[in-house]
Every structure is written in C-alpha cells, then in structure tokens.
Design a protein around this ligand. Structure first.
Ligand code: N01
Length: 493
C-alpha cells in the first residue's frame, strides 16, 4: 500500500544504517548521516584500509584527471593540493585525513566483507564472510563503480614466466627499472603508466587494440603563495571550485550527451591538433589515430603520452595479440615480443556494482536475478523491491570525466530526504516504484541515442547490447533531480 502521509505526521523512529564500503562514498555517507543526526551506523570495509579505488590503485603515474579542487568534498576543501591534478597517493592521503578529521576512521570495521544482505520483516539482515552478522533499517551500498579488475581472456596468459601486474593491483615489490615491460591496453590507466614507466625501463612495448583520442593537459603545481591564499581566503577556493564545476559541466559533461554539440566538435578538434602537432613520424601518427570521434570512449587527458611513445625505448604494437607465452607476447604477424614484466591495463568488470554481495529484497527477490540482463537503478540510487537499500554511484548515474564526489554528495542529500520521511513516521519502507523505474529506463535508452558514446566505438560505457549505461542528460538535470525526491515515484509502505 502506498501512503501519502506528511513527514511530520508521526514521532521520530530510530534508524540504524549499514554502510558497505569505506571509499570516497562510504566516508561521505557516514559524515552526512551524522550531520543529519543519525548516529547508529556501522561501516563495513573488506580491506584493511579506507580509500576504495585510491587505496587499490597505486600504479606508477596514477593521478586523477578531474581537477583536485573539484575532486574533493565540498565541505572539506583542501588548500594544500600540490598540483591542479593531484596524484593518487595525495588523494588517498586526503581521504585518510578527512576520515580522521570527522572521526569516521575509528568507526570503520576493517577486514569485514559483507557477503549477503536479506530484507525480512522490514529490516536488512547482514551476513559477513567471517560468519558474523548485523541488522539495520537501511543499507547504503558505497561499493564503488570501477572496483574489480578485468583480466583479459588471452590464451596462455597464465603461462607468462615473469610477473604479471594489473594496474589496479600494482605490486611495488616487482622491479621495473632497466627491464623489458609490455603494457596491454590504451585506456586512462595505460596512458598514465606508460608515461611514467618509459623513463626507467629498458624497453616498453605498448599493445594497442584500439587507439585513443588524447587531450593535452598540463599539470601546473600550486605555488606556496597560492596555497597560502587558499588557506587564508577560503572563498577563493570555493570560487575556483565553482568555476571548475561549471566549466566541466558546460565544456564536457553537457557536451558528450549531444554528439552534434559544438563543444564536442571543439574537443575533437583539440585532440586532432594534439595528435598532429605532437607526433612527428607520419606512420606512427596514423597508427595512433582513432577512427571514431573524440568522447566516444572515455576521453584521455595527458601531457606526456605522445612524448613517451616516441621515445627510442618505446614501441607501439598494433598487430593483434594471439597469445601469451612464457617469454612474452605473440602477435598475429608471428612475432614474439620478449618481456620481463607484463602489465595488464585492461580495465574493470564494470557491471558489478554491489555484486558479488548477494542482495535479497522483498519476497526473496535476488538482485543478481533482477540484474541478469545488466545492472540498473532508478536515478542510480534505488531498485524496485529493494526497500531502504540505496546505492551511491550506482548504475545509470553520471560517470565519465567529472567528479564522482559531486555526484555522491548530491545523491546522499537526496537519500537522506527519503530517510527523513521514515524517521518522521510517514512510511517505513521506500524503494523506486516499478512504473517510475520503467519510465526512467525507457527515457534513458531514448536519450542515450544522441550521446557521443553511441556513435560507433567499443567502450566500458556500453552494455552488452550496445546501449550506454551512463546518465544521458545534462549534469544540471541530475542536480535538479537530486534536489528533492518525487515521492510519487517511490513505493512507500
Ligand atoms: O580501463 P579501460 P582503464 N586485448 O576499460 C584494452 C577511470 N580512470 O583502467 O579499447 C587487448 O578504459 C582495451 O582495449 P579496447 C576512467 O573512468 C581514470 O584504463 O577495448 N586489449 C582498453 O584499451 C577510465 O575510463 C583515471 O580495444 C585489451 C584497455 O584494455 C576507467 O577508469 C585513471 C583486452 C582497458 O581500458 C577505466 O580505465 C585510470 C584484450 N583482451 C582510470 N582487453 C584518471 O582519472 C582489454 N583491452 C586519469
């Protein structure tokens, strides 16, 4: 039964929350719950440190290509960012510092892997890998977007005699200096790791299946004077953040959803100019030239990749990989590329989201079954029949070249409004209404047709049917949607 009682109708009801994951979104959820006056929550983290993707990714050259003054919480600006685009290590330190400052770090239960969440009798029952359990009124799944590495299905991969490293699970015990390194993949991770490693290795072979468009991007350091200014005049930092956010929305996120937009054409032209002016050898230039439009795959920003791949010790291999052997990589032209270390920059299993956690909703319905044709969520937050179960950066949200922190902040604000109605006694259970979900999915598919992602390339933005998984509207529309829930779109009991 759906009710329409006002939030102030009843007395305050105690609410207990289970937060899964202590990455950027989980830390945020805990901070915002407290601000809203909710103190009964537990954060479960399967690893032994917080930080999520910034804990897991430590490959050489790692940096975020969203400007640092935007890639941080709005309520915890950081005057000390060293560069316009901070390194992975600096971002990890930032999250650790924020968690400490807000007293969240000591609330995290480390080494606790949630295996199963079951909704029964109006509450969520939580089962952990170590056999322990818990229960709560709400689950906030802050389990990340790009989390579990994807390993390529290449014959003989396991036979390679040297170390094999995935970029998302770098082993710093493996020496790379002075050795022959092969890198498979040309995504954001590959471009950064190649640019960093080329300076120290004896030979670097980059195995490219698909070339990438690359935007030139400088990364100037902030001077001590600028940092001092940010510290003493926080309004300057806030203004900078607002400018960057606006520029990102107008220049990029609003552009990619309209394949015919002049902004996107400007991005494409800038990428072409970067290729033309940076790569001297015409033959190499053509091998690096994509046949699709810029923005179709996730755009890559780099100041130094073209310079790196033109170094005498670097080689671009475009012949298809046929197999991996103990000595190296074999390509279709019959050539064996001898290697000491193999780097897999082959991306992530992008359809996981909260999985492999088994989530069982109302009447025993399993999320894995509901998502058998691909993950989806109403406004990237809620799935019908999974009451009081909310995702941060769940499927169908804005992902791409902009700040997932901004996205998560908007989402938690919205979720807390839904929760507030429970606290005030208007209803006990809330989840997306099936009709709203269907409408959202249909509108999303329709809107996705004119995005650049669907203009003819393979990318992690596309589901197996070739439909973009991401939010296909403007970032302003997302902001507007997140302002307040339309309760009619939710089933409330
Ligand atoms: O992964 P990807 P990523 N044989 O999936 C290739 C964020 N991020 O880790 O293009 C040969 O983009 C595959 O080839 P193809 C960002 O959102 C951000 O680099 O499919 N090649 C592709 O080249 C990013 O988009 C930052 O033909 C194979 C590559 O592997 C997302 O994470 C830094 C293959 C995978 O690229 C993922 O980036 C890093 C095979 N069998 C990551 N299988 C910054 O902020 C796969 N490939 C800077």
């Amino acid at each position: 039964m759906t009710t329409s009682a006002s939030p102030s109708a009843g007395s305050e009801r105690p609410c207990r929350f289970i937060i899964i994951g202590a990455g950027m979104s989980g830390i945020l959820a805990a901070i915002e719950l407290r601000k809203a006056g909710f103190h009964d929550f537990t954060i479960y983290e399967r690893a032994d440190r917080l930080g999520g993707t910034w804990r897991d990714n430590t490959y050489p050259g790692l940096a975020c290509d969203v400007p640092s003054h935007l890639y941080c919480y709005s309520f915890a600006p950081n005057p000390d960012w060293s560069h316009r685009f901070a390194s992975g290590a600096e971002i990890q330190s930032y999250f650790e510092a924020v968690a400490r400052r807000f007293g969240i770090d000591r609330l995290i239960r480390y080494g606790k892997e949630v295996r199963r969440c079951t909704f029964a009798d109006g509450r969520w029952k939580i089962e952990l890998a170590d056999g322990s359990g818990d229960a709560g009124d709400f689950v906030i799944a802050a389990t990340g977007v790009l989390r579990d590495p994807a390993y390529p299905d290449i014959p003989g991969l396991e036979t390679f005699a040297g170390p094999t490293l995935h970029t998302a699970r770098w082993d710093h015990g493996v020496a790379t200096a002075g050795r022959r390194i092969g890198v498979i993949g040309t995504g954001s991770s590959a471009i950064q790791v190649v640019s960093a490693l080329v300076h120290e290795v004896s030979e670097l072979a980059l195995f490219q299946r698909t070339p990438q468009w690359i935007m030139a991007q400088d990364n100037p350091a902030y001077t001590p004077v600028e940092q001092a200014e940010f510290r003493t005049q926080p309004e300057k930092m806030a203004a900078l953040r607002a400018d960057i956010s606006r520029a990102f929305a107008d220049g990029f996120s609003n552009a990619v959803i309209d394949a015919d937009s002049p902004q996107l054409q400007a991005i494409h032209d800038a990428c072409v100019a970067n290729l033309e002016t940076s790569v001297r050898d015409p033959e190499l230039r053509e091998r690096l030239r994509p046949s699709y439009r810029a923005g179709c795959k996730r755009l890559i920003m780099s100041a130094d990749f073209y310079e790196a791949i033109q170094r005498p010790n670097a080689r671009l291999v475009t012949a298809a990989i046929t197999g991996i052997e103990p000595a190296g990589v074999r390509t279709q032209d019959g050539r064996l590329h001898p290697l000491d270390v193999l780097v897999l920059a082959t991306g992530y299993q992008v359809d996981r989201f909260v999985r492999p956690i088994e989530v069982v909703g109302r009447n025993g319905v399993a999320l894995d079954e509901v998502w058998k044709d691909g993950p989806f969520a109403y406004l990237a937050i809620s799935v019908p029949a999974f009451p009081n179960f909310f995702m941060l950066n769940g499927p169908n949200g804005p992902v791409g070249n902009f700040s997932l922190i901004e996205v998560a902040e908007l989402q938690i604000g919205y979720i807390l409004q839904l929760v507030e109605h429970v606290r005030r006694g208007a209803y006990r259970e809330v989840s997306a209404a099936p009709a709203a979900m269907e409408r959202f999915a249909a509108d999303r598919r329709e809107a996705a047709r004119t995005t650049i992602w669907q203009s003819g390339c393979r990318s992690w933005y596309l589901d197996p049917g070739g439909v973009p998984i991401a939010w296909p509207w403007t970032f302003d529309r997302f902001r507007e949607e997140m302002r307040a829930p339309q309760l009619a779109d939710y089933e409330r009991r």
